[in-house]
Unconditional design. Structure first.
Length: 69
């Protein structure tokens, strides 16, 4: 009887260990997934900011040239 209880406990411990590693894998995957999307979002934001600055500077440069002449 004692041996059966020990076998069941060992089986439960093994299942719990597998379950916990699955959860850890999911957490790590979701963290990298979020970081990837965050980096893509930041790259897009930087590109938009750069485009805005280029548009502003391309509008201001001719005005500055006219003011200097």
């Amino acid at each position: 009887m004692n041996l059966m209880v020990q076998l069941k406990q060992a089986k439960m411990k093994k299942l719990m260990a597998e379950y916990l590693t699955d959860i850890e894998d999911l957490l790590i995957y979701s963290m990298f997934y979020k970081v990837r999307w965050l980096s893509i979002w930041l790259i897009i934001q930087c590109n938009i900011t750069l485009l805005i600055w280029l548009m502003i500077s391309s509008m201001l440069l001719p005005l500055m040239g006219q003011l200097l002449n």
